[in-house]
Ligand binder design. Structure first.
Ligand code: SF4
Length: 151
């Protein structure tokens, strides 16, 4: 149970057998997989920042970012670039390798693409990998963010 490649051919019986194992056997098997795949023990550490919080016009029932529910969350606009840079520097100083920027909206508006791209460029310049969760993207937006250095 130490294969390097992900498997996509699990049978129900094989999955059930995993759940039927005693916990210590399952933990031991998990440690075998970890050692086989990450012998140096290193994992990437990521910090996530909400660069636009709350006030989303959608009403996804599970989401505290929706303006349709009183969650006590204070809504804010897109965070200024200097605050994002400061947060990324702090994250790096505290050991993060990757910095993820998340925005509470249904989809990325064209007017915000360059602002988010600036954030990505700035975080990359700090020597961190970047990722983002920005809702739905239109044609060309992902390319623009990738060109800015989005990993
Ligand atoms: S669109 Fe996204 S941010 Fe907005 S309410 Fe739904 S899950 Fe939350």
């Amino acid at each position: 149970m130490t294969a390097l490649a992900p498997r996509h051919d699990w049978t129900r019986d094989e999955i059930a057998a995993l759940f039927d194992q005693p916990l210590d056997a399952l933990v031991a098997a998990a440690i075998d997989v970890k050692r086989a795949n990450w012998p140096d023990g290193r994992v990437q550490k990521s910090r996530r920042l909400s660069v636009k919080t709350g006030g989303c016009a959608e009403d996804c029932g599970y989401c505290s970012q929706s303006a349709h529910f009183d969650t006590g969350l204070k809504a804010s606009g897109l965070m200024p670039l200097d605050e994002v840079i400061a947060a990324a520097r702090k994250a790096k100083a505290e050991g993060a390798d990757r910095f993820c920027m998340g925005a509470a909206w249904r989809s990325l508006k064209d007017r915000d693409v360059e602002k988010v791209a600036d954030m990505i460029r700035a975080v990359k310049a700090e020597g961190m990998d970047t990722c983002a969760t920005l809702g739905m993207l239109e044609d060309g937006q992902a390319d623009a963010l990738a060109s800015a250095g989005l990993d």
